[in-house]
Design a protein around this ligand. Structure first.
Ligand code: HEC
Ligand code: HEC
Ligand code: HEC
Ligand code: HEC
Length: 481
């Protein structure tokens, strides 16, 4: 197959050269059946411009955030044209994104970026749809708009093809951010087929932001329908296996159906958010490091940690929620403080009061939504003794866990769980390491996700609690170093 493509590429170049040399033959150049993928001919003779070839889907991703797609750092400073506007106060890498100047709706100042904090006053790119990609390519290599020092010709060609062939004019389909005339039932079918596996049945399994302003699938659809449609069509830069719906040849109407459905999905998930806050609220909301210890910390002497750790709910109350009655009843984490299991039955009001009172007052750090999420979380904690044994073994079926791991975790963590190392010091900490050392911690993260990271919250997947235990049992068999 590859050989054939190369051959036909050579053929095309030959014909082009012959045409260029052959005087009036140029105008009568034989019509060549063009293979869809041929090598790019960079120096096309002016008499017979050779059609550009490339990957418009990659072009759509590059339009979104080309540095992420190419795996490069953004150029130093602001894009030179940035200085010609004053309304958008962002700086640095963002100013190099095509979407930042031309919009998710491709309309620039005539669209959603005609006002608000993203306003630049720059034109859109809708007008180039359907025009000669060679001219678009030229616009990407000109003056202060010259990107050729940062992207190779193939990348620029891919973008030109995307703009010429693939931009969707959604003006008729989206009004005041709402999908117009979309069939949500049809959209649900598209969602279930293509998106549920990673985003979960309600779109709550991945939080793209952090707990200071959680952003789920439904949030993007509601807040920024144009971004939603663009990413649905082309995928997410840096997430190799997120599908691009343009590959499947959906109709314009079907994108709007998907949007209509996505706009019905929830935009918050209190229990999982509470679980991530309980784990590490400083990381979860991206707060500044603490310079002092939590005031109650001084009432104990056995745990010698300082700073951020002393503010973590889990540090005083335990991963097993039992405080001094559980795993933290001894060892370097022991404080002597009580657990929170016995508080699970309390009312929201009682629990909120406990978190806003005296030395246990967190209200100057966490807002009401965050405190309420913690309350929702505490109200459902339960004893893990039936699931995780004292010797750290887990009552789960590792074979089922292996299947689930392969299709849901491997893409980010690799088959052996060693793609990401969580230890920021000298040692190593892989999925297998934490699972073996602290299954209570890992179960919490499997249910709720990792604070501050777009990691799957298992409670929002189509999994039973037993499935989570099965995954845990399996990852305990992965290498620990
Ligand atoms: C800093 C803002 C900025 C960024 C980033 C930017 N552009 Fe532009 N773009 C402009 C401005 C301003 C113009 C019109 C004036 C000009 O051509 O210099 C323009 C013009 C264009 C045109 C020509 C439109 C026409 O009608 O002729 C195209 C196509 C285009 N940009 C595509 C892109 C693509 C693709 C990217 C990302 C690789 C990109 N732009 C990044 C500001 C930007
Ligand atoms: C293979 C897993 C996977 C599948 C399948 C998948 N996604 Fe995603 N998607 C992700 C990941 C991971 C992120 C988060 C990336 C990040 O925040 O770094 C994401 C993010 C997104 C975002 C938001 C990006 C942002 O930063 O604002 C949208 C919108 C989205 N996906 C839409 C879809 C749609 C629509 C489908 C189905 C057609 C889909 N995804 C299927 C993995 C997937
Ligand atoms: C420095 C240790 C420490 C940290 C950090 C801490 N707590 Fe506590 N917590 C305590 C102590 C001690 C008590 C019992 C005495 C008290 O209420 O002051 C308690 C009591 C509680 C209770 C029981 C209140 C009741 O009336 O039933 C809940 C619920 C609770 N904490 C939740 C949390 C949550 C959620 C966080 C994280 C935002 C957190 N705690 C952080 C030490 C801590
Ligand atoms: C979209 C990517 C993604 C997916 C899917 C994903 N993770 Fe993660 N996971 C991460 C990231 C990012 C981290 C944090 C890495 C860090 O802190 O350095 C993480 C952290 C972890 C940790 C360690 C947390 C700690 O700090 O000790 C475990 C355990 C883990 N993941 C297990 C899993 C399992 C099991 C699955 C599948 C059910 C899974 N992950 C799915 C991205 C992902």
């Amino acid at each position: 197959m590859k050989k054939l493509l190369v051959l036909s590429g050579v053929l095309l170049v030959l014909i082009a050269v012959l045409a260029a040399c052959g005087g009036n033959a140029a105008t009568e150049a034989p019509v060549v059946e063009q293979p869809t993928e041929v090598a790019v001919v960079t120096e096309a003779p002016t008499e017979a411009p050779v059609a550009l070839s490339g990957d418009p889907i990659r072009g759509g991703l590059l339009y979104d955030e080309w540095t992420k797609v190419l795996g490069v750092d953004a150029p130093e400073g602001d894009q030179p044209l940035w200085a010609t506007q004053t309304t958008n106060t962002r700086s640095g890498g963002t100013t190099w994104r095509c979407k930042e100047c031309h919009g998710w709706d491709y309309l620039g100042k005539d669209g959603a970026y005609g006002g608000g904090s993203h306003q630049t006053g720059f034109i859109g790119v809708m007008q180039v749809a359907g025009t000669d990609p060679n001219e678009i390519l030229a616009a990407l290599k000109t003056g202060d708009h010259d990107f050729s020092a940062y992207m190779d010709d193939q990348a620029l060609t891919d973008i030109a093809l995307f703009l010429s062939e693939n931009i969707l004019d959604s003006a008729a389909f989206i009004s005041e951010k709402a999908a117009v005339g979309g069939d949500a039932a049809g959209g649900e079918a598209i969602y279930v087929e293509n998106c549920t596996d990673c985003h979960g049945p309600e779109g709550l399994a991945l939080n793209f932001a952090d707990e200071s302003g959680p952003e789920y699938y439904g949030t993007i659809a509601t807040d920024n329908p144009w971004e939603f449609v663009h990413k649905s069509r082309f995928g997410q830069p840096g997430v190799a296996d997120m599908p691009a719906l343009v590959d499947l040849g959906l109709t314009d109407q079907e994108y709007i159906d998907l949007l209509a459905y996505a706009q019905t999905l929830p935009t918050s998930s209190p229990v999982a958010e509470g679980g991530r806050l309980y784990d590490n609220w400083i990381a979860a909301i991206g707060a500044e490091d603490m310079t002092t210890d939590q005031p109650l910390w001084a009432t104990q002497t056995t745990n010698t940690r300082t700073g951020n750790d002393t503010w973590r709910c889990k540090e005083c109350h335990g991963w097993d929620f039992k405080g001094v009655e559980g795993r933290y009843g001894s060892g370097s984490h022991m404080t002597g403080f009580p657990g929170v299991i016995s508080s699970a039955g309390k009312t929201s009001e009682e629990l909120l009061t406990a978190m806003k009172t005296g030395d246990h007052d967190f209200s100057s750090y966490l807002n009401d939504a965050q405190l309420n999420a913690l309350v929702a979380f505490i109200q459902q904690v339960e004893d893990m003794a039936p699931y995780i044994n004292d010797d750290k073994t887990v009552n789960g079926d590792a074979a089922n866990g292996e299947t689930l791991y392969a299709s849901n975790c491997q893409a980010c963590h690799a088959e052996d769980g060693k793609a990401l190392d969580f230890d920021d010091g000298e040692g190593v900490e892989f999925v297998g390491t934490v699972a073996a050392d602290n299954p209570w911690e890992v179960l919490n993260k499997l249910q709720n996700g990792q604070p501050g990271e777009a990691m799957t919250a298992g409670r929002h997947m189509d999994w039973s609690f037993q499935d989570l235990l099965d995954i845990l049992a399996y990852i305990q068999t992965l290498p620990i170093e």
